[in-house]
Design a binder for this molecule. Structure first.
Ligand code: CA
Length: 318
């Protein structure tokens, strides 16, 4: 009886695929795709070249900058939990609800164009190759083990770098908007961090208070030592805080447009994202926003850059 039942189920299961095909109505007109699509593409319609997922731009002196392709798409921008819940979750670090209100309301944002983003925060060799200077030299965090991240740079400095590297390479470099930054950081995730919600895993992906400042390493660390996110971007959480293109406004998310939002309305501060080597996990979350004056230079401040996929597309520098 059991055998018969099994055979019956097997027959039924096979029938799900083969019988349904038999029962399909035949093509009723000549627009059926399989009968029209030629085996090869006509010679006058060449296949569109594939966009490389990683490019390396030569900055001279054997210094290169690698940039990762970030596809266009939609995502939920902003706090993964309410400001009150986030404050409760991170209360052991002295968190307060007011730290997180700027992350709300969480909203769907459309990043309408693909772009390339620096695989790493801008490094010291890259900065030297473009600017010929060393803004971190002699600062309190310039000490053995400080690694190769270009830090102690202001927003104004970072913007000058973008202008100079654009001139050098012929590509239009810019700082990412904070929407581009969070989209790239999240890499499809909706959790507190790009790898999930478990802050105990943060040390695998980030230099932050527990494994930098807290172990007497009060400085950024060299690029690419931790795990990248799923897009291949390193140190989006922690290490250097990253300047973004927008002016900071705490209520910007309440009024910003849904497609490629950017706050171009002047305020006293520019946006920083990703937390930094001396901050707690709450400030290294994908959604966390903070700010400083455009001229502020601090040991924790660095940046990464973006360029358009098509060289002809303009990315605005202020
Ligand atoms: Ca960072």
């Amino acid at each position: 009886m059991k055998t018969r039942l099994l055979l019956g189920m097997l027959a039924a299961s096979l029938c799900l695929s083969s019988c349904s095909k038999r029962n399909q109505a035949p093509p009723t007109n000549r627009t059926d795709r399989s009968s029209k699509t030629p085996a090869t593409r006509p010679a006058d319609k060449p296949e569109k070249p594939r966009i490389p997922s990683l490019i390396a731009l030569d900055l001279g002196g054997e210094v290169k900058m690698m940039l990762v392709l970030i596809p266009a798409g939609k995502f939920l921008m902003g706090g993964e939990a309410s400001a009150a819940e986030t404050a409760r979750k991170f209360q052991e670090y002295g968190s307060q609800e007011s730290y997180y209100v700027g992350e709300h309301p969480q909203r769907e944002v459309n990043i309408s164009k693909p772009f390339y983003m620096g695989r790493w925060e801008v490094t010291r060799p890259q900065w030297r190759a473009v600017m010929g200077s060393e803004p971190w030299k002699g600062k309190k965090c310039d000490r053995p083990g400080a690694g190769d991240i270009a830090n102690h740079v202001s927003w104004d400095d970072a913007n000058k770098f973008c202008l100079a590297i654009s001139k050098k390479t012929g590509r239009k470099f810019a700082l990412p908007t904070e929407a581009q930054w969070e989209y790239a950081c999240r890499a499809g995730s909706k959790s507190a961090f790009s790898f999930g919600d478990d802050e105990l895993k943060l040390g695998l992906y980030a230099w932050y208070a527990a494994n930098a400042l807290g172990v007497n390493e009060p400085h950024p660390h060299s690029a690419g030592q931790k795990h990248p996110n799923i897009l291949g971007l390193y140190d989006m959480h922690g290490n250097a805080a990253e300047w973004c293109r927008d002016w900071y406004a705490e209520k910007f998310y309440q009024t910003a447009g849904d497609t490629d939002p950017e706050n171009t309305e002047k305020t006293e501060h520019r946006v920083l994202r990703g937390g930094q080597w001396d901050l707690y996990p709450d400030a290294c979350r994908s959604a966390y926003r903070f700010k400083d004056a455009p001229a502020a230079r601090r040991c924790g401040y660095g940046f990464r850059v973006v360029i358009a996929v098509e060289p002809s597309v303009d990315l605005q520098n202020d």
